[in-house]
Design a protein around this ligand. Structure first.
Ligand SMILES: Cc1ncc(COP(=O)(O)O)c(C=O)c1O
Length: 374
């Protein structure tokens, strides 16, 4: 029996091979490996696509978050790092990097609970957690679906807080017709190979409409100065590689097609599985343009469910088994509010294969396997 993978990166490469190979060949010709012309071209292309003023390539989604927060500490406090008393509110139901970036910026993560239907941070809980020490909010658009950006931006404006959008899982996603990454103070993207727009290695980008922040981020990612031999700030070597930018430029041509393919597969899953007892399919909120980085269902019997799917040759993954406040790294370094929705979700969620190029027959096999499992 042929195993159905979560994703088929080789298949995607074959589909785009001509364009990707040509892009790499161009780099081999010019040999401008550090901040070469492809980095600038990708930054301009993505900024225009998002409707944001600046796109700043960097080495990963994690570094995009750290660079954003460090630049915000410099801009808002005139300090290299935030103080330990500075609080940044986010979700515990995310990849480690979201919370880790807060620690690396010097601030304290404040974890508030998710909405159990969308798995995204619940704005009502943000409101309750705001204190005089709150400096910002990091909404994470989990699985490809936007958070409620109207309520989050309204709260942030009223309380003078920054909003750093974590868009690692939602490239191309939107909120009320606006692209994610054009709404918050900054938007942070990951080009990790499995992401909707993924490179051939690590990569990331920050989007922003703020000129001063953009300039600071550009300095920080190149060692902390305009001149790398005479620097002003504690910086990083966190540039986006020319080669990654070239691959991403080639793959960017397919992003709308691929996101639409994901949405079509998700619709097929939803249509077939919505009424099936024992599982809950994803809910798409009307104002969000969901790009289904993951198709995630929940079931009370996850271990047995995954074992059964495996027997039927269907891969599954759990994003994420541990909410951040349960991890040692955050022990004693965070504020944890009531997080019972996140804790329950962590024991029940399971993601199904959603490879954009997966054919109908494969989608049907997954559906049958899910039905058999429950
Ligand atoms: C929600 C979220 N935030 C941040 C990251 C970090 O991105 P990267 O792996 O590019 O550092 C990821 C992905 O891995 C992610 O899923």
């Amino acid at each position: 029996m042929k195993q159905i993978p979560m994703l088929d990166l080789r298949g995607e490469y074959e589909y785009m091979k001509e364009k990707i190979d040509a892009a790499i060949a161009t780099c081999l010709g010019h040999q401008a490996w550090i901040l070469g012309p492809e980095v600038k071209a990708l930054e301009a292309k993505i900024a225009a696509y998002l409707g944001a003023k600046h796109g700043i390539g960097c080495s990963s989604g994690t570094e995009a978050l750290v660079l954003s927060l460090r630049a915000l500490a410099l801009k808002t406090k005139g300090q290299e790092y935030f103080d330990k008393t500075d609080e940044i509110i986010t979700t515990p139901f995310t990849f480690t990097a979201t919370g880790d970036a807060i620690l690396r910026s010097g601030a304290r993560p404040v974890f508030v609970d998710i909405d159990p239907v969308t798995y995204n941070i619940d704005p009502a809980n943000i409101e309750k957690a705001i204190t005089k020490n709150t400096v910002g909010i990091i909404p994470v658009h989990l699985y490809g679906q936007s958070c409620d950006m109207d309520r989050i931006m309204a709260m942030a404006e009223a309380k003078n807080l920054f909003v750093v959008e974590d868009i690692a899982q939602a490239f191309g996603g939107g909120w009320k017709g606006r692209k994610l990454g054009s709404i918050g103070t900054t938007g942070c993207f990951s080009f990790f190979p499995s992401k909707n727009l993924g490179g051939f290695g690590d990569g990331g980008m920050v989007s922003t409409n703020d000129d001063a922040l953009a300039e600071m981020i550009r300095m920080l990612l190149k060692h902390g100065g305009r001149d790398k031999y005479n620097v002003d700030h504690i910086g990083y070597n966190a540039r986006l590689d020319t080669l990654q930018a070239a691959v991403l430029l080639a793959k960017f041509e397919y992003i709308e097609e691929f996101n639409n393919r994901r949405r079509v597969i998700a619709e097929k899953y939803n249509a077939a599985l919505a009424g099936v007892e024992g599982i809950t399919v994803p809910t798409v909120i009307p104002d969000a343009h969901h790009v289904f980085h993951q198709y995630t269902i929940r079931t009370a019997n996850r271990d047995a469910f995954q074992a059964s799917l495996k027997e039927h040759g269907v891969s599954t993954m759990v994003y994420y088994p541990f909410p951040l406040h349960k991890m040692k790294v955050f022990d004693g370094r965070c504020v944890a509010h009531d997080l019972s929705n996140a804790e329950l979700a962590a024991t029940q969620v399971v993601s199904l294969p959603i490879e954009p190029l997966q054919d109908d027959e494969t989608t049907q096999r997954v559906i049958e396997a899910v039905k058999a499992a429950v």
